[in-house]
Design a protein. Sequence first.
Length: 204
Amino acid sequence: MNQPQAIKNLLESVAAGETSPAVALDKLKHFPFESVSNFAKVDHHRTLRTGFPEVIWGLGKTPDQIAQIMAAMRQRGSVVMATRILPDVFAQLQVTVPDIHYYPTARICAIAPETIPSNSPGTISIICAGTSDLWVAEEAAVTAQLCGFQVQRLWDVGVAGLHRLLSHQQVITEANVLIVVAGMEGALPSVVAGLADSPVIAVP
């Protein structure tokens, strides 16, 4: 039985009163994936299970493989994202996926609406110790934005010059979640945690 037919049967069962909506929702969370050629299996129901879409890990995949996975994913969702995409891979992807957008610092490619509604509550503040860590921080920031979160950025505020961080304490206090990219010394997350009353995710 193919996936559309299985879903149709399940919905008919709900309509007939044979299956409760709660049971149907649980079954939908575990419906089969879609195979892409012989190298990938796309999990279209990840958003239903976790609240976040599947993201393509670009490193190690060929541009053709990434393009094929994107083609399968764009039929089911409004945002398709691939991470760790180098500029030469993006240039090749653009040939077959002309509406793809590239975020060079974050090394992310995405097919997304021009305006992404903020459908998640709260604000994520992303704090970066130094410029050399910027690509990691931007990867987190762009991913969060593409997933519908409000994002605040605060760059180059490592503990070697603590006054830089303290002058932006409002960014810390307003955040519902903080992602802190640690820098060379790895001390920044613990300093931020001492100033914040919200969860702090440390990126080493």
